[in-house]
Design a binder for this molecule. Structure first.
Ligand code: GLA
Length: 429
């Protein structure tokens, strides 16, 4: 048995054991990731091909790309305790939690000053972080928080430089389950400590990320560790070595088609760095924000699912329309993103604005997305599906996912109309 397989099984067994011990296998708080691992572990146990001696010490964090919600894309600096509570309520009442969106992440601007002992306080927008965490947990959700290895966050608030262990301990006391650690002002520290020496600056950055990783480990509390340094220094190469469960691969997204599609398309080639526990992060979703129209929202959601990207919604749930809810909660699309193989998709073919991407799924199935990034609808004239390149000989059985329609057998010359800025998403086998 391959070592990686053994490790995955061992991690799964531990999750099962932990679930058994707490008497709850799939309670609401348990995210999709653990449930999937439990299933995998059950298969492993059934075959009897592994030994208990391989059981790892920790359950796998982020076995599938993390799913949840983050305050930044909509609320930015205005986010309050009430917004987080309202969001938690709505994640439950809209069905998003049960669709897998379990992390409620407070981004920048929650931070207050430090007390005399150096302990970080939340500011007046967040009167009691422990009480907020308890509330979020009572809804079967998990709470995420944000800091920087620098002295200040990107928005100029108090950050963790020199207080890493203390902050990690505070987060653990509050009941935090997820930390986004944003480089921000640490860039200045790097330049000051190693002027004109980029390799030395990058080493300082990696050490800063490792320092917080160790601080989290020391708390004994599992936390998803999310690196945010905008994809610098090929972070996908070293992210796992500093304990990252996900790492931003780009600068900030914004709620417009050009920025979103540029970021999504630029992920091609990074697929080899994604695996259970370690994901490329092309930034949080803007579905339902800004001026993205229906087809653009479908393209955004599809692209992120094809990329096995973290699905961290960033919209205002108090104003979510049924149309946006249906996009964010499409079960088949989420299943593509969360597929247990953990394979990130890649571009198979491009002709001008039309691109075909494929993602390997369990059981020999593939998701195939045909995007039209162009300004007019495309009839796919002369464009083939490239099924052979995807490993299929002859015809395949296909389902159009967004149309929720089985297409029966289709061949390489199958054609459809792809709207401007739109997508057709197939699952084929
Ligand atoms: C950076 C990050 C964003 C957000 C802001 C908060 O720009 O990339 O995702 O966290 O900081 O200040």
């Amino acid at each position: 048995m391959r070592a990686s397989m053994q490790w995955r099984m061992a991690a799964g067994v531990l999750v099962l054991a932990a679930a058994w011990a707490s008497g709850v296998v799939a309670q609401a708080a348990q995210d999709v990731q653990s449930v999937q691992l439990s299933q995998e572990a059950a298969v492993a146990i059934g075959t009897g091909t592994h030994g208990a001696g391989h059981v790892a010490m920790k359950p796998m964090v982020a076995a599938t790309p993390p799913m949840g919600w983050n305050s930044w894309n909509f609320f930015a600096g205005k986010v309050t305790d009430k917004d987080i509570r309202d969001t938690a309520d709505l994640l439950v009442s809209t069905g998003m939690r049960d669709a897998g969106y379990v992390y409620v992440n407070i981004d920048d601007t929650w931070e207050g000053k430090r007390d005399a002992a150096g302990k970080i306080q939340s500011n007046e927008k967040f009167p009691d972080m422990k009480a907020l965490a308890d509330y979020v947990h009572s809804k079967g959700l998990k709470l995420g928080i944000y800091s920087s290895p620098g002295a200040k966050t990107c928005a100029g608030y108090e950050a963790s430089l020199g207080h890493e262990e203390q902050d990690a301990q505070t987060y653990a006391q509050w009941g935090i389950d997820y930390l986004k650690y944003d480089l921000c002002s640490y860039g200045g520290v790097m330049r000051q400590m190693a002027p004109n020496d980029v390799p030395a600056q990058n080493k300082l950055m990696r050490e800063a990320y490792e320092k917080m990783h160790q601080a989290i480990v020391k708390t004994g509390r599992p936390m998803v560790y999310s690196l945010c340094q905008y994809g610098d220094d090929s972070v996908w190469d070293w992210g796992p070595s500093v304990g990252a469960n996900l790492w931003r691969t780009t600068g900030d997204i914004s709620a417009n088609f050009d920025r979103m599609s540029l970021i999504g398309r630029s992920q091609a080639g990074l697929e080899k760095f994604a695996a259970p526990g370690h994901w490329n992060d092309p930034d949080m979703l803007e579905v339902g924000n800004g001026r993205l129209n229906h087809d653009e929202n479908l393209t955004h959601m599809t692209l992120w699912a094809m990329l096995a990207a973290p699905l961290i919604a960033g919209n205002n749930l108090t104003q979510m329309t049924p149309e946006i809810a249906a996009i964010l909660m499409n079960k088949e699309v989420i299943a593509i993103d969360q597929d247990g193989l953990g394979k990130q998709g890649n571009r198979v073919y491009a002709e001008g604005p039309v691109e075909i991407w494929a993602k390997q799924l369990r059981g020999g199935t593939k998701a195939v997305a045909i995007f039209n990034f162009g300004e007019t609808a495309s009839e796919m004239r002369g464009i083939r599906l490239h099924l052979k390149e995807m490993g299929f000989a002859g015809s395949v059985t296909a389902r159009d996912v967004w149309a929720a329609k089985d297409l029966g057998k289709i061949k390489n010359d199958w054609r459809t109309t792809i709207p401007r800025h739109g997508v057709v998403l197939l699952v084929v086998r």
